[in-house]
Design a protein. Structure first.
Length: 173
């Protein structure tokens, strides 16, 4: 990083009196012909993993009428009249959803009136669900209120998917 000054060294000055580096390796700005060129910084930007954006928050005083769809996460604290599709959907304790919700992960702390579709569905003790739940895995905490049917499917996010077949044990002979 630091080098000794070569002011008095006759090999470091040119005939016109200006100084020059003693060797090409001493200069950091002169690329060596044998060394590969350093890649540009923007080449790495495309391959660097993108930071996950924060979840969208619908505040308690917000009332939405209409459908919502995102590939990200949504945290609902207000009221939604319409369908919601997201990656992770969290329904807050003060939230009310009237419509179908579809997400990879659904965490219900509040009220849903309508169908729930999710790979992983969790009803906490404060959950109130009136409608069918179509899931791959489900967890229902003690105290949760649920009125409807529960159906397990291998692909609950696809409305046309068939439920998982029930395997009967083979009779012993």
């Amino acid at each position: 990083m630091f080098s000794k000054s070569k002011i008095n060294d006759p090999s470091s000055s040119s005939e016109d009196g200006t100084s020059r580096p003693a060797t090409p390796a001493a200069s950091s700005s002169t690329p060596s012909s044998s060394a590969p060129a350093a890649p540009a910084q923007n080449e790495f930007k495309a391959s660097a993993p993108k930071a996950k954006p924060p979840a969208s928050l619908l505040s308690p005083d917000l009332h939405v009428t209409g459908n919502m769809k995102t590939t990200g996460d949504i945290n609902v604290e207000g009221t939604v009249e319409g369908d919601i599709r997201a990656h992770l959907l969290t329904i807050g304790e003060s939230a009310t959803i009237k419509g179908e919700v579809t997400a990879d992960d659904v965490v219900i702390n509040g009220r849903i009136v309508g169908r729930v579709r999710g790979l992983k569905v969790r009803l906490t003790s404060t959950a109130r669900v009136e409608g069918d739940i179509i899931h791959k895995t489900i967890a229902i905490e003690s105290g949760a209120h649920f009125e409807g049917s529960v159906q397990r499917q291998d692909d609950p996010l696809n409305p046309g998917a068939k439920s998982a077949p029930v395997q009967k044990p083979n009779p012993a002979s």
